[in-house]
Design a protein around this ligand. Structure first.
Ligand code: PHE
Length: 343
């Protein structure tokens, strides 16, 4: 019998009130009190357990079984209620302190794209949306694809314009992305409408030149007469407005061995709006592109007949420097995060 004479002899009945209290407890403190009153030193269940030793064997066994299962049931309900009340209390403590755990953590750094890639992607996006196919080619080229097929025979003085990194055995690092145009024409039949972005290499290193740089070139070829200079002019003008906004665009006649007629394209200076400043050498203009109608000798080299086409090429670094106002090209390659993070 329990020491407390007012307690019912059946522990099941006695525990009913405990379970009721447990389920309606409002705080972990109240819960702890219930635990003490139930399985603490002087707790109800503890007292029932202490009566076991004075009982005859058969009754002892029966009561022990029922007490053990009551204790197990109590502990399970107690743990569940404890977890529920603890998380409620944590939540209200946090909201009282004003801590928002979903707040963005300013100390964590997010990766950012490199300005060169950003500019390259912007160029690619324009032309692919206009239906140009994206083509790529090898960085290590041979003399045929990089020079001869582009109307630059061995004795041609234009080869001096591009100081080249040569390997033995007639191989070289491509000096422009034009060899990709040759490869595409050799692989496919006209009509062709493609751009080729990628790394290019020349022996140059100063404020505005680096030995490795990026170009995007474009080529459109169709039957004779279907493609003309007016198309080229329209495409490049609208591209430059997309890149630089409301600038003036002018075509200046020029020379490239692979195009005839050829032109260089200038935009009104984005720094002084064409008034003249140090960046544009006080001319009011900035050169941004080379272009022209593909020379017949190039078509001959790839076995094309009765076609006409235009080609254009641009330096990604130059467009990037002009559109972001960066003065020294070398800062792109120094991987100084203080500079790169500004973009
Ligand atoms: N390949 C030229 C260069 O690297 C650029 C260019 C391409 C010019 C196509 C005209 C036409 O300078």
């Amino acid at each position: 019998m329990p020491k407390n004479p007012s307690r019912p002899s059946d522990p099941q009945v006695a525990m009913q009130a405990t379970f009721d209290k447990l389920h309606t407890a409002q705080s972990t403190q109240a819960l702890e009190q219930i635990r003490i009153e139930t399985i603490g030193k002087k707790g109800i269940l503890t007292e029932y357990f202490s009566t076991l030793k004075s009982l005859p064997e058969a009754e002892k066994k029966q009561l022990a079984t029922s007490l053990n299962s009551l204790r197990k049931e109590f502990e399970e309900h107690f743990q569940a209620k404890l977890m529920e009340l603890e998380s409620k209390e944590l939540e209200s403590a946090l909201s009282a302190q004003g801590i928002d755990v979903s707040l963005f953590n300013l100390s964590s750094k997010r990766g950012i794209g490199h300005p060169i890639n950003y500019t390259k992607d912007k160029i690619i996006e324009y032309f692919t949306r206009m239906g140009y196919e994206l083509c790529e080619g090898p960085l290590v080229e041979d003399d045929f694809h990089n020079f001869s097929a582009l109307n630059l025979p061995e004795y041609h003085p234009a080869r001096d314009m591009q100081d080249t990194f040569y390997f033995h055995d007639n191989k070289l690092l491509r000096t422009h992305t034009s060899p990709v145009q040759i490869r595409t024409m050799l692989d496919q039949k006209p009509p062709i409408k493609m751009i080729c972005p990628g790394e290019t290499f020349r022996r140059d290193y100063d404020l505005t030149h680096s030995p490795m740089f990026h170009q995007v070139e474009g080529l459109v070829v169709d039957k004779t007469g279907a493609v003309n200079f007016a198309h080229l002019k329209y495409v490049l003008e609208s591209f430059l407005h997309y890149m630089f906004g409301d600038v003036k665009v002018r075509f200046r006649s020029s020379f490239f061995p692979f195009t005839e007629p050829s032109a260089e394209v200038d935009i009104s200076c984005v720094f002084c709006q064409g008034n003249g400043c140090r960046v544009c050498s006080h001319t009011g203009w900035l050169e941004v592109l080379g272009c022209g109608m593909v020379d017949d000798n190039v078509f001959r080299a790839v076995g094309y007949e009765d076609v006409s086409g235009y080609a254009f090429g641009m330096g990604v670094e130059r467009l990037c420097m002009l559109s972001l106002g960066i003065g020294d090209l070398r800062s792109f390659f120094e991987t100084d995060l203080r500079l790169l993070e500004q973009f």
